[in-house]
Design a protein around this ligand. Sequence first.
Ligand code: SIN
Ligand code: FE2
Length: 218
Amino acid sequence: MKPSASTGDLFADVQGGVEPLAEGAAILRGFVADEATLLEEIQRVAAAAPFRQMVTPGGYRMSVSMTNCGAAGWVSDPRGYRYDAADPGTGMAWPAMPESFRRLANDAAGATGFAEYVPDACLINRYEAGTKLSLHQDKDERDFTAPIVSVSLGLPAVFLFGGLRRRDRPRRYRLESGDVVVWGGPARLTYHGVAPLPEGEHPLTGPYRFNLTFRKAL
Ligand code: SIN
Ligand code: FE2
């Protein structure tokens, strides 16, 4: 695919690949042109800050394994949800956000109409067969004017995208490796989740799906 002028040669041309979800929300199909580089960066982050299953404030262990990179990392434990500059597992700062991550998030936000997006947090989710993320809002951030940028890598999944009320019935979208979902503006607090991951084998990630969730948290 021909790279677009604004995004350089790392990312595929978004023309024709935009699937609007709501005002302020869209799926950018096949937006990631270099999945292997992102996966290498994930391995690098995970070597310093290993994937772990966090515990919710209600005392449940989440099925999805998580780690973070960037100035702030999302953490959950019996005390609550919050952003922390340090990994509670190691006591050390989260690994820096790789430049390729920052650029991808900025390009995807720009392609959806959110200019000058500078995320400071990147949550990395790792799904295996049977794991899921229940319907939720991303609302632990201080500033809701910046969008969420969510990157899918590896095995496909069904993304649930609802409305602003928990009872709004979510629509279901299949997300493939390289797809990016952006939601912001009037859609920023949309309820969303991920259906249980089917078993599978992906050439780049084996039995896993990875997701990068970029946010401006601080
Ligand atoms: C999330 O809501 O944090 C992740 C969504 C996804 O894995 O696609
Ligand atoms: Fe989320």
